[in-house]
Design a protein around this ligand. Sequence first.
Ligand code: NAD
Ligand code: ZN
Length: 248
Amino acid sequence: MDELIEKAARIILDSKLTIALTGAGISVESGIPDFRSKGGLWDRFDPEEYATIWAFREDPEKVWQMLKEMEETVDSARPNESHLGLGELERMGLLKSVITQNVDNLHQEGGSRDVIEYHGNSRSLVCLQCGKRYDYQEKKGEYPPRCVCTKILKPNVVFFGEGIPVEAMTRSSQLASTCQALLIVGTSAVVSPFNILPRQAKQAGSKIIEINLERTVLTDHITDIFLQGKASEKVSQVVSAVKQLREA
Ligand code: NAD
Ligand code: ZN
């Protein structure tokens, strides 16, 4: 067994409260590009231009060109080994919650039950004019989707410039400041205020395991164990090691 993987597995087995923080990188192997992938969605739609609440308010029709593609990409995506692995850890009683920045529903589809969606989700829509909400199935295939009041609807995802849903923020903070192990997968950890959570956990004395293809702003000062590589590979290795050590 790889030494670092074994260390990570032991941390999880010894911890009384473990949580996971995930970002776009965990869904890349499911076919949803992160902000960095070349040739993906974000090469054509600059997030700074398309993913801000100001852009949406000013020209929702334009922003829906990006949302339509995002929706189609997400619709055809299936959970990969890393989503499934986290689901398995939860069922084994070794992972309390997943706090994700993703809006793609893949953690739920991968078997995780306690998922905190820090940036909302794309399965419901809201009217910024009258406040009416819709399930996304009701408006599927309608571009751009409109409210009965005729205003163009916004998906319930958190755009840059918008606040984090209060309950998600409160619960995440509470978990981060009490966990004993934190598993961070596929996030550059630069988007605020999500990036406060690893620091909060560190300050509270939690051990930090980070999985990423490359080093991030966390790796040198926050991370205890850095597992460099693909999320699917590393999460699966950690889960297998946990099982092996538990049975030993
Ligand atoms: P990011 O794009 O800033 O960073 C992704 C990170 O994942 C990078 O550090 C990259 O090295 C790493 N990565 C890429 N592929 C990987 C792989 N196969 N295995 C392991 N690591 C891999 O993403 P972020 O930190 O989540 O911030 C971007 C923001 O955009 C978030 O708010 C997120 O909600 C949103 N977003 C969401 C989705 C989605 O729902 N799937 C997709 C794109 C962007
Ligand atoms: Zn309306």
